[in-house]
Design a protein around this ligand. Structure first.
Ligand code: ARG
Length: 463
């Protein structure tokens, strides 16, 4: 049994089981920097407004800075019995500086304090994730710029469809990561408001100035409505959603890397650093890293659904259920940070087997659509008729065991006599890829343009 620190009403000591259920210090200790940062800003404002004396502020400031140092150098351990990080730091401050420490909590509640600390944490990590995305996009652009003429079969339904170049394929992921980056930054912007000073739920009669704390902490301004603020976890949900979406993109890329590194494809080779062996099969090289990245997507999705479920049905304002908000966010942030770092390293060292990709383009009659387009343009045939004729050409090629680009002019003319010698250029896979010059298309010129436009976008980014 231990004595409750934060309660004037409850005289009985807490049971060990209650503590185990109730205490958040084992995980919210991660917020010690944000808690101290928030308290420093709050104390500064209190003294500016004459709510506490300058002397008390000096003591609080000195004490909090000392505590920060002691936590970082390990002399003050956070593996303790306190209920949460807020109580642990305030309690220790008071043992250090006495009454001044007890004045720190004037005009504030743990409800706005935790909303502030958690928001500071989310905002800080949002910028870190955006920066890592930026680095990943750069790596993809670098990889893409080396492969604007490397042919591979573009697929739908995982079936060979039309020839594209590898730069174009990588740019598809670069564009996904651009959207992810934009999502993180727009969440950052939307949530850039300071919760501190909302107190328990209704504000405070003390003459505080929330603009002072907001600007000291780097927020745009204070939040508008305190009742909302102390029970709002949208900022946490947004980062969870943003991470889930980004991890879904990483997972899709990982899935392709796994396929492409298999014996059936052999389109890429993962660096030995990013593959492992089997304990029983000596010949094996397994794509564990992309498999783990794909697998980690499951837990971040779980974290998102978990918090959505916690928040659903909570009456205003703060409820203790909301203490369940943190572990999932910490886990998703940690997972996403590590995943982005690993992905970046893996993509930078990826070996592209151009010849194998190119060879795969000879399977699946990739230029069949080009032949149909040729018949439409050259003979003025309605597309549906051309489509059927090409079907017959494909059947002939299948019978002969070749790709349609390998059929002779005579063979093609046996199906459609109007086909001319110029068709042979059209059926070539490289020509087919380069013919798709419409905006956003795969032609090398368009892939180069996409790389260029993306570089422009990156240049104007602050993060
Ligand atoms: N540890 C709590 C949390 O994480 C802090 C807020 C407690 N507020 C309260 N009124 N009990 O949510």
């Amino acid at each position: 049994m231990s004595k409750k620190i934060a309660s004037a009403r409850i005289s009985e000591a807490s049971s060990e089981l209650l503590k185990e259920l109730n205490n958040s210090l084992p995980f919210d200790k991660l917020l010690y920097r944000e808690d101290i940062q928030g308290s420093l800003a709050h104390a500064f404002m209190l003294s500016r407004q004459g709510i506490i004396s300058k002397d008390d502020f000096s003591l609080i400031e000195k004490g909090l800075k000392e505590i920060l140092g002691e936590i970082e150098n390990g002399t003050f351990s956070l593996d303790r019995d306190d209920e949460d990080i807020h109580m642990a730091i305030e309690g220790y401050l008071t043992t250090k500086i006495g009454d001044a420490g007890k004045r720190l909590h004037t005009a504030r509640s743990r409800n706005d304090q935790v909303a502030l600390d958690f928001r500071l944490y989310v905002q800080k990590n949002t910028l870190i994730l955006a920066k890592l995305l930026h680095e990943n996009i750069e790596t993809l652009l670098e990889l893409a710029s080396k492969h604007t003429a490397t042919l591979l079969p573009g697929m739908t339904h995982l079936q060979h469809a039309q020839p594209i170049n590898f730069a174009y394929h990588m740019m598809a992921y670069a564009v996904m990561f651009k959207r992810d980056h934009e999502r993180f930054m727009s969440s950052y912007d939307r949530n850039n408001y300071s919760p501190i000073g909302c107190a328990a739920l209704a504000g405070t009669p003390h003459p505080i100035d929330r603009d002072i704390t907001a600007s000291k902490l780097g927020f745009r301004e204070p939040t508008l409505n305190c009742l909302d603020t102390v029970s709002d976890r949208d900022f946490a949900l947004e980062v969870l959603f943003n991470i889930s979406t980004m991890m879904m993109h990483i997972s899709r890329l990982s899935e392709e890397l796994i396929l492409w590194s298999s014996s059936e494809f052999r389109w890429i080779t993962l660096d030995d650093r990013h593959a492992t062996g089997s304990s029983i099969m000596p010949q094996k090289k397994n794509p564990d890293i992309p498999e783990l990245l794909r697998g980690k997507t499951g837990r971040v999705n779980g974290n998102l659904v978990g918090l959505l479920t916690v928040m659903k049905g909570l009456p205003l304002a703060y409820n203790k259920d909301m203490q369940e908000d943190k572990e999932g966010v910490f886990d998703s942030v940690k997972t996403a940070t590590l995943s982005l770092k690993v992905l970046n390293e893996m993509m930078a060292l990826l070996k592209v087997n151009e010849e194998n990709m190119n060879r795969a383009c000879m399977i699946g009659h990739l230029s069949a659509t080009d032949l149909a387009d040729y018949l439409v343009k050259k003979i003025g045939m309605p597309f549906r008729d051309a489509y059927h004729i090409v079907g017959n050409v494909v059947n002939l090629a299948e019978e002969q065991g070749v790709d349609i680009s390998e059929l002779s002019l005579e063979q093609l003319q046996s199906i459609e006599p109007h086909i001319g010698i110029d068709v042979l250029d059209i059926l070539d896979n490289n020509a087919s890829m380069n013919a798709r010059t419409s905006k956003g298309g795969t032609a090398t010129v368009r892939a180069l343009e996409q790389i260029e436009l993306m570089r422009e976008w990156m240049k104007n980014l602050k993060i």
